[in-house]
Design a protein around this ligand. Structure first.
Ligand SMILES: NC(=O)c1ccc[n+]([C@@H]2O[C@H](COP(=O)([O-])OP(=O)(O)OC[C@H]3O[C@@H](n4cnc5c(N)ncnc54)[C@H](O)[C@@H]3O)[C@@H](O)[C@H]2O)c1
Length: 341
């Protein structure tokens, strides 16, 4: 079995590479990643010592490269994590999101069709459903909830989902899609809520919380997401969408307070800042389909997962320091050159 993992130098992609190498060490893996600011080649230093893992630096929207890679490697499965993933950046500059998240996915779908890939899995997000009101805790996103996006990021992801389903319906490409809630864990770039707050708290700097901090996110430990994708690519039904979430809703302000308390820091560090434009109020996933069809359930409770996560950032201070100093980008630039097709 040969698997292409795109975006494997990012947060969840790194988790998935490590998870799969441990679970299926005899499979062959190629990771295609263009090493944007969110990719970090050092994340893959252990994977790169594995005889069945290979890294290629390149963009999923480079059609010539994608075509040549598929022709050479004859992948059985493609799992597409590669994306621009930060909502704030999509508000500041939407176009790179359209290029990578839509055109890049299109290039992968087309090559998958041309070279007879047996399963194309698109890693999507619950953000394609828009948001839910704060005063209706009875409402959840199901796979039937209409797409109703708020940001350029979620709109680009929804477009990619629709294209993926079109390749199933029109060309018979065997596809699956997963839509997961917010992930947390090791290797998350410190622009996202949890690692950003850990970084700021450790430096005794103000912790910027959007609006009144009451927006609700449904948190899932990254390894539970990776295990769900493993189940979908091996046993999921072609043409189907699977929601992934752990019924673990928390208000942003409560997550921030938990982190401060774990680090023994004062809540006086919390600073409320102007709300994000179009800020989604509440996300909440109904994961009953993946549970009933594939038997998936989250295994890591939030109290445990957040403890591992904070500990990981404390134990890997140099990882964060490298990002803050920009040394990781220099490493990506020089070392990345070694990994050509
Ligand atoms: N983080 C979450 O909470 C979450 C939740 C649900 C779904 N997702 C989805 O999961 C996927 C991974 O998210 P993440 O948080 O790990 O993102 P991330 O930003 O940490 O990593 C993205 C990776 O993709 C790479 N990349 C970007 N553009 C590329 C291109 N044109 N070609 C090749 N590689 C490219 C980057 O270098 C980076 O390694 C995304 O598709 C995202 O939409 C994320």
């Amino acid at each position: 079995m040969k698997i292409l993992i795109t975006g494997g130098a990012g947060f969840i992609g790194t988790g998935f590479v490590n998870y799969m190498l441990a679970a299926y060490p005899d499979y062959e893996y190629v990771c295609l990643d263009s090493l944007t600011y969110a990719g970090n080649l050092r994340n893959l230093s252990s994977a790169l010592t594995h005889k069945n893992f290979r890294f290629v630096k390149g963009s999923i929207s480079d059609r010539a490269l994608v075509d040549a890679l598929f022709e050479k490697e004859e992948f059985d499965i493609v799992v597409n994590f590669a994306a621009e993933s930060h909502v704030d950046r999509s508000i500041a500059n939407p176009f790179v999101f359209l290029e990578t998240n839509i055109m890049g996915t299109a290039a992968l779908l087309d090559a998958s069709k041309k070279y007879g890939v047996k399963r194309f899995h698109q890693v999507s997000t619950d953000e394609v459903y828009g948001d839910l009101p704060l005063d209706r805790p009875d409402l959840f996103f199901t796979e039937e909830t209409p797409l109703h996006t708020s940001s350029p990021y979620s709109s680009s992801k929804a477009s990619a989902d629709l294209l993926t389903l079109a390749y199933f319906r029109t060309y018979g490409l065997p596809v699956t899609i997963s839509r997961c809630s917010n992930n947390y864990g090791a290797y998350q770039f410190p622009e996202k809520l949890i690692p950003l707050m850990i970084q700021k708290a450790l430096a005794d700097e103000p912790l910027p919380v959007y609006g009144n901090g009451l927006n609700v996110r449904d948190w899932l430990y990254v390894e539970d997401h990776c295990r769900a994708i493993d189940m979908i690519i091996h046993s999921g039904t072609e043409g189907e969408v699977y929601n992934i979430g752990g019924h673990n809703e928390k208000r942003n302000i409560d997550v921030v307070k938990i982190i401060l308390s774990m680090l023994g820091k004062s809540e006086d560090l919390i600073t409320y800042v102007t709300d994000r434009a179009g800020h989604d109020r509440r996300y909440a996933i109904d994961p009953s389909k993946i549970h009933s069809e594939l038997g998936w359930l989250p295994e890591t409770k939030f109290e445990d997962g957040i403890e591992y996560t904070v500990k990981w950032y404390l134990d890997n201070k140099e990882w964060m320091d490298d990002i803050q100093s920009g040394a990781y980008a220099q490493f990506n630039e020089t070392e990345g050159k070694r990994f050509t097709l």
